[in-house]
Design a protein around this ligand. Sequence first.
Ligand SMILES: [Fe+2]
Ligand SMILES: [Fe+2]
Length: 301
Amino acid sequence: MFDRITLRSDLSDCHGQLLARRGAVVSTEGIREAALSARPGPTRLLAETFLADDVALPLGDHGYRYLFRSPQAQAAVARVLLAVELPDVLYDELAAVKATDPARHQHALATAAVASRMLAVAAGESRVPPQVAAAALLHDLGMRHLPARLVRGGEPLRGGEALEMAEHPFLGAWHLARVLGPHPAVDAALSHHWRNGQGYPDLPRRPTRTVEVVAVASAFAALTQSRAYRSDPFDPRGAVDLLVAEAGAERIDAYGVKLLVHALRGGQGEVRVLRFGRSRHGTEPAVNHYTPIAAPARGFL
Ligand SMILES: [Fe+2]
Ligand SMILES: [Fe+2]
């Protein structure tokens, strides 16, 4: 079972505040308990922070033109993101990500925008909870706690490096549980690589549907953005081809992929009756050195 890790070093936030000591065991149960005993502090609207200007970045990205095709869709997603409320310490973490790892910052913003659009076509533009957008924004916070050589990702992962990478859901979920208490961001950080039980870590129960939406949005964003380990990003169609194949193999939530396809097609009609196309017209990168995270995980992203 990959349901716990032992910390390789002290875990601290960007201000040096200790979150857990080296040697501590971080488990799914321990994360739940940490959340229940947390004392969350005051929050601030994202609209009042440096991130307010960054919200426009994914909405204007050519790669996402089908998702955010109308000014109305763009405005609705922007409204959700600007209504996110977080404590200042987490905005400081996001500022540190922006400064040290711009690609990860773009990934966080794109995941939040894509997940918000997916939920808007499912539930209506006025019914997307900003808490879910916050969860999407923070889902990879655990990457902040990994060594820089892993996060850069230019070389194929070797030996224990894949295992080390697979620890980021625990690290992020623990960090967020300590700061936010029970919150969808804790669940999204812990569960976004679960992949119908074929990813990591092992969980006592399936993630919620909204966490699955964040997981699909993260996968789509990762495929369609530049990465050091491949020559080009997938185009949106190529990314969808891959995700549809993964859904067929039950390695990713099929409903979440349906919602994504529905959103890419404009969100008209009912997602329930949507059928995946059979033909593949998308383009893939010419060179791709992506390293699948192997045991204990079998994820593809
Ligand atoms: Fe991740
Ligand atoms: Fe991600």
